[in-house]
Each structure stands twice: as C-alpha cells, then as structure tokens.
Design a protein around this ligand. Sequence first.
Ligand SMILES: Nc1ncnc2c1ncn2[C@@H]1O[C@H](COP(=O)(O)OP(=O)(O)OP(=O)(O)O)[C@@H](O)[C@H]1O
Ligand SMILES: [Mg+2]
Length: 319
Amino acid sequence: MTMISVKNLIKKYGDFAAVNDVSFDVKKGEIFGFLGPNGAGKTSTINMMIGLLKPNSGRITINEIDVIKQTKKAQEIMGIVADESNLYNEMNGFENLCFCGALYGMKKKEREHKARELLKLFKLTDASTKTFKSYSKGMKRKLTIAAALIHSPKILFLDEPTTGIDVESSRQIRELLLQLKNNGTTIFITTHYIEEAERLCDRIAFIVQGKIVASGTISELMDKITQNHNVHIITNKDVQDYITDFQKCFKESKVSLKKPNKLVIETEKRIPLLPILKFFQEKEIEVYEAKEIHPSLEEVFIKLTGIETSVLQKEKGGF
Ligand SMILES: Nc1ncnc2c1ncn2[C@@H]1O[C@H](COP(=O)(O)OP(=O)(O)OP(=O)(O)O)[C@@H](O)[C@H]1O
Ligand SMILES: [Mg+2]
C-alpha cells in the first residue's frame, strides 16, 4: 500500500530549479531514504512533503490526503523532525514534550503518559527535568525526535537526523527508527551518510542537483551496476593445477586465481555452489569460504551519480 506519493515535483528559487521533476512512492511501513550531497534538494523536497514549502508544480499525497490542498489534515498524521530543532530552550524535556502534545490537542493525562514513555524510550528520563538548553547536541536531537512522536504519527519525516551528533546518540536514533518501522510507522529520511542509508533504509533514492538519479532497494541499486556475479572461493591448499580442469567442468564461468588458494568465479547468471564444492571435495581440497561478492553501496553511488563520496562526507554546522 502506497503511503506517500510524490509526482513531478518542481521547486524553483528564482530561475534555479532546486527540485527538478522528482517523483517517487513510499510504501506503508517502510523506511525510504533520500541520499545526496549538500544542496541536492533534500530539505526543499521534505519541506514540500510536510506542507512547509509550496512547490511550483507537482502533486504530493500522504495516506491519500493532498498535502498542498489539505495541508492541516495531512499534518495531523505526520511527525516532523526538521534539520533545526523547534523546541524551547527554557523548558525542560518533559515540559517540551507535553507542550507539543497539547499543540496536537492531546489531553493532559494522555500527553504526560506519552511524554514519560518517550523519555524512557530515548533514555532521557534522567534529563527530563533539565532545561533543553543544557542538553548536548545528541540529547537535543533525541528529544526533538521524541517530540515529533508525541501524537503517535503514522508517518515520520526526518531531515538529516544524525548529522553533527555523537556516535552513541546516532546509534540509538537508528535503533529507535528501526523499532518504529517494526511497529508499522512509515519513515522518510534524508541523509548524506551512505552507511546510514544502507543500515536503515528499505529503499533509497540518490538525489543530485534536484533530480533522482536512481532509486530502489540496495540489491536493485547494486544490480544496476553489476553485469556479472562474482563468487570468491578460499581453499586449504594451492589449487593452481586444477584451474584448467575446473574451467572445463564449468564452461559458463570465467575463473581466475587471486592467490594460490583463492579463486574468483565470474558468471553471467547465478550458479549453484554445490557442484563447485563437490568438484573440490573429489580432489580432497577443503573449501573454507565460498561467497558471492557484491559491490558496496559506495561504489554503486559513485558509478550511478558520477560524484565522489567525499562530497557526501562534508560535515555541517551544529544543531
Ligand atoms: N530559500 C532559498 N532561496 C534560494 N535558494 C535556496 C533556498 N533554499 C535552498 N536553496 C538552494 O536550493 C538548493 C537545494 O537546497 P536544499 O537545502 O534543498 O538542499 P539539501 O540537499 O537539503 O542540502 P544540505 O545537505 O546542505 O542540507 C541549494 O542550491 C540551495 O542553495
Ligand atoms: Mg538539507
């Protein structure tokens, strides 16, 4: 079931098209990620999806609600984590969450209960009576996400949730996002961390200069750049003398020796491993490892976008 549908979205600042004909769908219960460098159009896209920025043209529906025409109705089912926090410096953690709950019309008892639950979930119970301004960057980000969840939204939008924060808070955030997904929440996230996209997202869109260059599951993206399958075999002894024989038995493959006990089998189609293992077993050679080697998401990104990943690593300012 489609939860988010974006069609032919265009956003221009003057003559410059920051988002240039972007279309994609997000299914219910999946984590969909926008991966792209600075200035790619991630924030502009997310801001249009949450009804904060008006597109020049295009359509956005969230759970079949038109975001442009029925912004308020659509926002009721969204949790929004912007790239800058919207919480109050002078309020403590608990008060901030309850305040957000009140904005969504939650009753006092209900919002206080949910606030306590979220503080516990985000490991912020001890900090709940401290003012927001005294929090570390990681704690601030966690509370901002907790605030976005106060009204139990169906869909969560996060703009670079782990940029510029400590490793432990980032890890906790990723873990929580996976938990939310498992409970049925649909998540749209932007990031410029390849690893984050790889660990979290069911599907990823590579966005560069306002355009989606490629999208799909990680394995679909990998398939776009790999023509052949590569299987690496590691044995207990030198297999040099068996290569010609092996090639005769497995005609559809191209075999090369990387080390005396390591060979690579390249094939156009996937081939079963068992006959290969049997071949070596008959020659009393032990196979220690036999696995298919995939390109990394980083290699896929470089090939498909033509940009180096160092461009993505650029850290940005604080929270
Ligand atoms: N209000 C604005 N007026 C003019 N240009 C803008 C405005 N907002 C964004 N832009 C430009 O539009 C392009 C896309 O910006 P956007 O913030 O959407 O990118 P981003 O992918 O979120 O980048 P980052 O990784 O830095 O957050 C950039 O070139 C940016 O300079
Ligand atoms: Mg941005």
